[in-house]
Design a protein around this ligand. Sequence first.
Ligand SMILES: [Zn+2]
Ligand SMILES: [Zn+2]
Length: 170
Amino acid sequence: MRRPGALPRPLVTALAVADGRCYRHCREPLTERAVRSPLPGLWRVGVCPGGVVSVTSYAEWTSGNPTARVRAALRRWSRPPGLVRSRDLRLATRHGPELGRPAERFLARQKLPVGVRVVYWRVYPSRAKDGTERRLFACFRSGHPRPVFFRADPARPGWACPACAARRRR
Ligand SMILES: [Zn+2]
Ligand SMILES: [Zn+2]
């Protein structure tokens, strides 16, 4: 049994085609990290070789708008939660032709016109008070139930996840 909103197999395959490159940073190809969550859809975190998170997406098979649930989940996973601003979330509807032939054929067979809704989250680079650059990173260490999103200086090696740092202090 498929959960309502979960992506059927042909759509998972279509959306897994990673052609993304690191946006406004190094232009290198992104590695996709999957995230498990209580939401039925598919999370992907696009990370560049330098560890910078270029884009996070959540895809759900629905005619509804999952943006509010996506925002709530990302806020729970971000330090601080205010890192997730509504204007950095963008909703798109993906249709058959752009997803490739197998997905297009699959969608054409469906009785209900349900699209694939994808919410994209991009955090643009910013500057700290001392002028150093801040980029979005995500820690996927197994000690966390979910990824931990935070901003850090991409030039400084050994950047620290706030959740891992808090655990070390205990
Ligand atoms: Zn990069
Ligand atoms: Zn961590």
